[in-house]
Write a protein that binds this ligand. Structure first.
Ligand code: ADP
Length: 378
């Protein structure tokens, strides 16, 4: 039988908080989501107290995990900084768990607070790269997965982290629905398909739960998926970012130890403006932009193969030149890409000898070349 909210609360009531009272009386718990053995809640404290609370977070997670019927637990520590208070100290290198994040304040401009101070590497992972877009629906997740597969085809060991907390699509794109199991060190074991190590917030919580998360919760959930997952040895971990350039995205870009970012845009003007915002966001936090991909670049008729530039194709290439970032390639709007993607059989894997796989592999080749030094060093 799966665990109930009350059973979770009963186990948390036995934990003493740094405030001297039971955790359940400390006024820090979010509502508890418990369904199908999957439990999620957060502990919300002031950033100045975050360090003192990390052991409590871990204790709470362990207590809930030991309840019968629990298959997955995620306890996020969300640390909000009160207006006017000192910034939280950076966590020590390699500390698993959750890092203090800003709630409502915009993150620092121009990297002034040394964003690198908060980024510790993921052990065993040579390069973490982001796939981002200024807005939703441009094909970011489809590109992230096919790019990961392209990198795999180049002989690299690749992981995919779906950090698109507002609409995790990796379960749909990969057909994976299982819950990750825990290893001996109680780290989540990523699911495997297509030779990739794959993790998605969609494996852990119901989509509606993720939808209502605010910035700090997004950050702590992503941090846990980065650091409490047994990624093993990877050359590249591709992170499918949440779309947009708001505070949550900026905080993520700042807190995840990124070696670079790929920006996906459609040719329409509007989305190029959004893409420019994405570019500015990564520059602000000193993450190198590896380049821009133009998705749905031109329409390719599935019957006769004729190309039509329905969106004024070429905008992204022009924009990339103007902005001085590499242009990585053009992906057509094609039925085969949509159909394979939505059926959980990404085109690079299901049609490896086709023209689309070749395009994604060419993009992957350019990304690999830019990361060569990092991968070789590892
Ligand atoms: P995002 O992550 O930006 O929200 P998705 O990757 O989920 O976007 O793609 C949105 C929809 O567009 C999906 O149905 C996907 O199959 C489709 N799609 C993405 N790229 C292409 C393409 N190049 N050609 C045809 N359909 C595409």
């Amino acid at each position: 039988m799966s665990v109930t909210q009350q059973q979770v609360l009963d186990s948390l009531a036995r934990i003493k908080s740094p405030r001297g009272v039971a955790l359940t009386n400390a006024n820090v718990l979010s509502p508890i989501s418990a369904s199908d053995g999957k439990v999620f809640f957060s502990i919300n404290v002031d950033a100045a107290e975050a360090r003192a609370w990390e052991p409590i977070r871990a204790e709470a997670e362990a207590a809930v995990r030991s309840l019968p019927g629990v298959t997955t637990v995620m306890v996020a520590l969300t640390a909000e900084r009160k207006a006017g208070s000192a910034p939280p100290p950076p966590p020590s290198r390699g500390t698993p768990g959750v890092q203090p994040v800003h709630a409502h304040k915009p993150p620092p401009q121009g990297g002034a607070q040394s964003p690198m101070a908060r980024q510790s590497e993921i052990p065993g992972v040579a390069a973490v790269i982001a796939v981002a877009s200024g807005k939703g629906g441009v094909g970011k997740s489809t590109t992230a997965l096919n790019l990961a597969l392209g990198l795999r085809d180049l002989g690299l060991k690749v992981g995919l982290l779906d950090a698109d907390i507002y609409g995790p699509s990796v379960p749909r794109l990969t057909g994976l629905r299982d819950k990750p199991e825990l290893d001996g060190e109680r780290k989540m074991i990523p699911l495997r398909r297509f030779g990739l190590a794959i993790m998605s917030i969609g494996f852990l919580v119901e989509e509606e739960t993720a939808m209502i998360w605010r910035g700090p919760m997004v950050m702590s959930a992503v941090t846990q998926m980065l650091r409490d997952v047994a990624w093993g040895q990877l050359d590249v971990l591709v992170v499918d970012m949440p779309p947009g350039t708001g505070d949550a995205q900026l905080t993520l870009a700042q807190n995840v130890p990124l070696k670079g970012a790929v920006i996906v845009s459609t040719p329409q003007d509007l989305s190029l403006i959004d893409a420019r915002r994405g570019l500015a966001m990564f520059r602000k936090v000193n993450v190198p932009v590896l380049g821009i991909v133009e998705n749905m670049s031109y329409f390719q008729c599935p019957h006769c193969g004729t190309k039509s530039d329905i969106f004024g194709h070429g905008g992204a290439r022009h924009e990339a030149e103007k902005l001085g970032v590499p242009f990585l390639g053009e992906i057509p709007l094609h039925m085969a890409i949509r159909a394979t993607s939505d059926a959980g059989n990404p085109v690079v894997d299901s049609e490896p000898d086709g023209p689309h796989a070749a395009i994604y592999r060419a993009i992957a080749g350019q990304v690999r070349d830019q990361l060569k030094g990092v991968i070789a060093a590892a």
